[in-house]
Write a protein that binds this ligand. Structure first.
Ligand code: CTP
Length: 417
């Protein structure tokens, strides 16, 4: 564990893990040599399987020299076990880098027409793919559909990035850098399935309360924090429902998404899932007030400034806190607190106050309105309050904060089991 209980990839125990590195034919194959070397240096037992076309880009002797293991290429061997079975058995992770458009299509179709494809169809472990292809192939709807199919099966994708491509063009399709691929691999290995069999409801984004058909009262929430929590919970084995306000984020794979606009719609969706949920995380920035009436037709400027009378929206978190009968017995209720503060002590005090006021098991209070914390940025400065006290998490990525939050949720669930 890193400082303040936030997990870092260096905490992941790689020694002795069996990693199948599947290399398909693309110029980026040379970068996979670095991936193989890094994973081997971390103590993993790296078994490389290459397609015939991959050999046009990098020699098998290079991978054998770096990993200390012979490279597998043939679907048929002399041993008692078929090579794909031998490779797949006991594997902790399969890493497909580069994952060409062709190998992605073959995976999506479930083909087993060479050793790489057969191995990927046999492995029982997490699969991480690092796509690499020309920008046109990347943009093709067939590729998008294949990736969506794989994502639906839980395949984790890293990259691609935008940058110079073999064709001489610049665009999307450049394979992620080796350090990014290694980080994704460590992440995939390191994720315990400690929410397996649990149902988690997460809310994300801001609500929009209509004034007329084209205008609303809203806030700057992007949904990034809630999406990161949903993603983290799903990776750790939970069945996740993400109730989200309007956002521009990519739909997380393997997660049921319920799109809502208003606080009332969010309340309905959350209460709908509450009775079966082991965990409810209210990361959404819910509007506190809504117009009493909204116009059916667009308000016209010539009519002058409108008088908008506001009324409170339902406080979903407080309602769930005050009415445990709405929730599954033993479930964990987590709220957020978005605060503008002078210092961390004030943030802690507000977290403690909201923990009490909302009847939650845990409040994550984060600073808003600064350039590096709160709405629309990738990091948060946060504290986590429970009945046991308040922990300062510091300034971390939203993904790291999500992991810290889920770690504590798992501890709560274990205590209540
Ligand atoms: N929340 C909610 N329903 C509302 C308002 C807030 O469920 N109508 C939840 C949020 O999702 C969050 C928590 O309550 O988990 C705290 O939200 P926040 O906006 O920080 O606090 P408020 O209760 O709105 O209080 P204030 O704005 O005065 O700080």
């Amino acid at each position: 564990m890193g400082p303040q209980g936030v997990r870092h990839s260096s905490d992941v125990e790689v020694g002795g893990k069996k990693i199948v590195l599947a290399v398909s034919g693309g110029i980026a194959a040379y970068k996979s040599v670095h991936v193989a070397r890094s994973m081997t240096q971390l103590g993993a037992d790296v078994r490389v399987v290459m397609t015939r076309s991959a050999e046009r880009f990098v020699g098998d002797q290079t991978f054998a020299g770096v990993t200390g293991n012979a490279v597998a290429k043939d679907l048929f061997g002399d041993g008692p076990d078929a090579p794909h079975v031998e490779l797949a058995r006991g594997a902790d992770l399969a890493l497909v880098a580069p994952a060409t458009a062709n190998s992605i299509a073959r995976m999506a179709a479930g083909l087993a027409d060479d050793l790489l494809a057969a191995t990927l169809l046999t492995v029982q472990c997490p699969i991480v793919i690092a796509p690499a292809m020309h920008a046109e192939m990347w943009a093709h709807p067939a590729t998008a559909a294949n990736l969506a199919t794989l994502a639906g099966r839980g395949v984790i994708q890293v990259g691609p990035n935008s940058g110079p491509l073999m064709s001489g063009d610049t665009g999307m399709g450049r394979m992620a850098e080796p350090h990014e691929i290694v980080a994704a691999a460590l992440d995939a290995i390191g994720h315990a399935q400690d929410l397996s069999g649990r149902r988690v409801v997460v809310t994300a984004g801001g609500t929009q309360e209509p004034i007329d058909p084209v205008r609303f009262i809203g806030n700057r929430s992007s949904g990034l924090m809630g999406f990161a929590i949903a993603h983290e919970a799903a990776r750790r084995g939970a069945k996740v429902t993400l109730v989200t306000g309007p956002n521009t984020l990519i739909q997380p794979p393997g997660i049921e998404v319920v799109d809502v606009h208003t606080a009332d719609e969010m309340r309905d969706a959350v209460l709908n899932g509450a009775a079966d949920a082991d965990v409810i995380v209210k990361a959404a920035a819910v509007a506190d007030f809504k117009p009493v009436d909204h116009a059916d037709k667009k308000l016209k400027k010539a009519e002058g400034p409108p008088e908008i009378t506001l009324e409170p929206t339902p406080d979903i978190l407080a309602e769930l806190g005050a009415h445990p009968e709405l929730r599954k017995p033993g479930s964990v209720l987590v709220g957020f607190a978005a605060e503008t503060v002078e210092d961390v002590d004030q943030l802690k005090a507000l977290a403690r106050h909201k923990l009490e006021a909302k009847g939650a098991d845990m409040i994550v209070a984060n600073e808003v309105g600064t350039h590096d914390s709160g709405f629309g940025v990738r990091t948060n400065r946060a504290v986590i309050a429970t009945a046991d006290g308040v922990v300062d998490v510091g300034l971390v990525s939203k993904e790291a904060l999500a992991a810290a939050l889920v770690d504590r949720v798992v501890a709560f669930l274990a205590l209540r089991a």
